[in-house]
Write a protein that binds this ligand. Structure first.
Ligand SMILES: Cc1cc2nc3c(=O)[nH]c(=O)nc-3n(C[C@H](O)[C@H](O)[C@H](O)COP(=O)(O)OP(=O)(O)OC[C@H]3O[C@@H](n4cnc5c(N)ncnc54)[C@H](O)[C@@H]3O)c2cc1C
Length: 438
């Protein structure tokens, strides 16, 4: 594994999400004994966040610290540097990453966040795993007026807004305004929207009902999906079961084939109808992060999702030393020509395979093709109910919910995080959710 010059081989991973963290862990496994490697991980926050459980933070079941872990708690032996900074630009020809450090300390009120510096990081091999952000599909007003649920800050905002809505409704005299404030609209009937609707319904009808008994009858959750059914990316059964379970919950209204045409501070417009609503939460779509890649050669992108197209080895074909993985990468699945979905299990495996292929390039060995067969899907719908498909077997109810929790407990990285989550879930089985603002 020698190279011509005496300097180490620089591997830079961009993004510390599922793909980036698992790429690092695989490199750590494969290159632990190799003294010539230099692995750098760059991400905007010292945080690995377990996004599939973010709706449980937004609804008081879990605390933010239960789904996060410091990147510095990963095995440090192979980490040359972890840089907490924002990636601004990648120069694929010069093999350079331009990054921007931000003062990590929360500024005192009135003090402007001070930019510390910009830096360049050089690489021999790079894995771009910068994930995705929200896609508002150009719906007027959505970006300005809807809350999102992608980051920990988003989860905090959603939880605080729900509680504040009840607080405001308590002091308003107008019946119509009470109704508006306590109408929560969730846009997007994918797994995230369905999970949030289920948890929010339980949160409102248990802990918040006790805290605000007179307001409870006003509360209403509306879930809107633009397509014909919920969870279109999964088997039809998921959409149908989710529809049945959610419709049966008190004060939950579900709408399919109902695209929104406008979002405002006062409510939403679905078709011709205007529905007053105090809170609109957008879970309708994702799009790869928009990072500037400077290159003399063409780098293909999928226009709709903005994902970078990579070959079967996860390389950008025109720049074989640059790999992309996770939500950021568009990889054509062998079966059917569709891209692999933007889901955690795919991101994990893509991270691992790109790491493995870097070591194969270093060793001048043939590269490994990426292939992954969906292991299944687990979607919770409130406390005690979930939908599950595992190796083709579909089932729902309490058993699916136990499997859902057990699977996530196994998947979360690190013993401390596992223990904390297990403890909180155990407490939540017998005690009410946390209704404090975050
Ligand atoms: C609310 C929600 C619920 C979900 N639920 C599920 C689920 O139940 N099951 C499932 O399989 N999938 C689920 N997903 C999808 C899953 O989380 C993603 O597919 C997965 O996180 C993709 O991993 P990734 O590594 O590509 O990106 P991420 O995990 O998003 O990681 C990207 C990393 O890059 C960092 N980053 C981004 N831009 C920059 C920049 N410019 N500079 C520096 N760092 C940057 C980010 O901070 C982050 O650390 C959910 C997603 C969301 C948002």
């Amino acid at each position: 594994m020698k190279q011509n010059s005496s300097r180490p081989i620089r591997i830079v991973i961009l993004g510390a999400g599922f793909a980036g963290v698992y790429a690092y862990l695989r490199l750590h496994e494969l290159l632990h004994e190799n003294a010539e490697k230099q692995i750098t991980l760059i991400s905007e926050r010292d945080l690995f966040m377990f996004t599939p459980l973010i709706h449980e933070v937004a609804t008081g079941t879990l605390l933010p610290s239960s789904i996060t872990q410091s990147i510095r708690s990963l095995p440090p032996c192979c980490m040359h540097r972890f840089i907490e900074a924002r990636v601004l630009r990648i120069d694929a020809d010069a093999k350079k990453i331009f990054i921007h450090h931000i003062n990590p300390e929360a500024p005192a009120p009135g003090i402007h966040i001070k930019e510390i510096s910009e830096e360049e990081a050089l690489f021999d091999y790079c894995i771009v795993a910068l994930g995705s952000g929200v896609n508002f599909f150009n719906v007027p007003g959505a970006k300005e007026h809807a809350l999102t649920l992608n980051t920990l800050e988003d989860a905090r905002r959603v939880k605080n807004r729900v509680i504040e809505s009840f607080e405001q409704a308590q002091i308003t005299k107008s019946e119509a305004e009470k109704q508006r404030l306590l109408r929560f609209v969730i846009v997007g009937g994918g797994p995230t929207g369905v999970e949030l609707a289920g948890e929010l319904a339980d949160f409102i009808h248990s802990e918040l009902k006790k805290a605000f008994p007179l307001l409870h009858p006003y509360a209403e959750i509306r879930l809107y999906e633009a397509r014909e059914r919920f969870m279109c990316s999964a088997d039809e059964w998921f959409g149908e079961r989710a529809f049945q379970i959610l419709s049966a919950k008190k004060h939950v209204l579900v709408f399919c084939a109902a695209p929104l045409s406008e979002v405002s501070s006062e409510g939403i417009r679905a078709g011709e109808e205007f529905i007053p609503a105090g809170t609109i939460i957008w879970t309708a779509g994702v799009q790869a992060r928009n990072i500037d890649i400077v290159s003399k050669k063409r780098i293909p992108k999928d226009i709709k999702s903005r994902r970078i197209k990579v070959n079967e080895y996860l390389q950008i074909s025109s720049y074989p030393h640059v790999f992309a993985a996770g939500d950021y990468a568009w990889i054509e699945a062998k079966e059917g020509g569709q891209p692999y979905p933007m889901r955690a299990q795919f991101a994990v495996r893509e991270g691992e395979i790109s790491a493995e292929n870097i070591t194969r390039l270093m060793n001048k060995k043939p590269l490994k093709e990426f292939f992954w067969r969906d292991r299944g899907l687990l979607v919770s719908i409130g406390k005690g109910t979930a939908l599950a498909e595992i190796f083709g077997i579909q089932f729902s109810g309490a058993f699916a919910w136990i499997i859902y929790r057990a699977a996530y407990l196994l998947k979360i990285v690190g013993p401390r995080a596992k223990f904390r989550m297990a403890l909180e879930w155990a407490l939540n089985t017998f005690l009410p959710r946390d209704i404090s603002k975050l």
